[in-house]
Write a protein that binds this ligand. Sequence first.
Ligand code: SAH
Length: 328
Amino acid sequence: MTFTAQILTLYPEMFPGPLGTSLAGRALAEGKWACDTINPRDFTTDKHRSVDDTPAGGGAGMVLRADIMAAAVDHAVARMAEKVRSSRAQSRDGLAASDVSTSLDTNGDGSLATVSGEPDAVSGEPNSVSPEPVEPKATAGERRLPSEKRGSTGSPLTDTPPTAPILAMTPRGKPLTQARVREIASGPGVTIICGRFEGFDERLFEARAIEEVSIGDYILSGGEMGALVLLDACIRLLPGVMGASSSGDDESFENVILEYPQYTRPQIWEGRIIPEVLRSGDHAKIAAWRKQKAEEDTRLRRPDLWERHRDNPDQSPSGAQEKDKDKE
Ligand code: SAH
């Protein structure tokens, strides 16, 4: 099935951007993933097509309006539901996965919004107070898929296929991890909301099942680069993209440690020689050396990762595990 990336962005021309080249670009051309953008500006109602307004309480900058962003999100949810449904139907009909993307550009109609989307729970009026809040606020980064929010059987713990999560890029979100990337990559797709200006009106996250995600403790000018990072991390795991399957056993690959150091020819460079063990041809010794270096470097460079690894020591170094898999 084609992995569908939907990106809500004021700058659709930034996609696929760098993901149109190399590994991801090839996978895109082969229909292993599809890249669709939705511009929140298309959901504005005023003649200036404004998506933002000044912050309540004062302060610098502008804030993305909840009503406009929610309208774009609702559209994205309906469209994703339609894509997943038609993609699954076509898979059942035995069509090649690469044929699926061509049929994915139709907009979902209102009737589809309930397939994996949110019902119109909150009025579109920005200042109206919903008499019956649909759902208490999810804590930042809490991973609730839309289907789980509705109490359906779409949970990853059941046999039901996983739904595509809706993510918002924000430095206030839960830091992105390889484990989460693997979960997302194993599903049908992802919708990513890119912020701009000072970010989002908080009520957007109260009213919709959106997972807030951060790509690190620094501030970007917009969520687009974060979306590209997340998609790149997902795409390389899609079946057939790196010549290895991303499904199955690795789902619990959560507490990675750093990779061991790598070397290549020339054997001597500026008087520095590749460690003797790596030239020995003794695979057992090489594996032991790599394990020891990976642990040592993790302990010194990333005490936080090391701590987690100690609680769960059955994990391989990140790169080692994936590279060995690729050779299969
Ligand atoms: N005023 C906000 C920053 C806004 S930066 C704050 O201090 O929290 C504008 C947009 O860039 C954000 O809405 C978000 O979409 C994106 N962004 C910036 N830094 C990010 C990060 N570390 N991770 C994910 N998205 C980020």
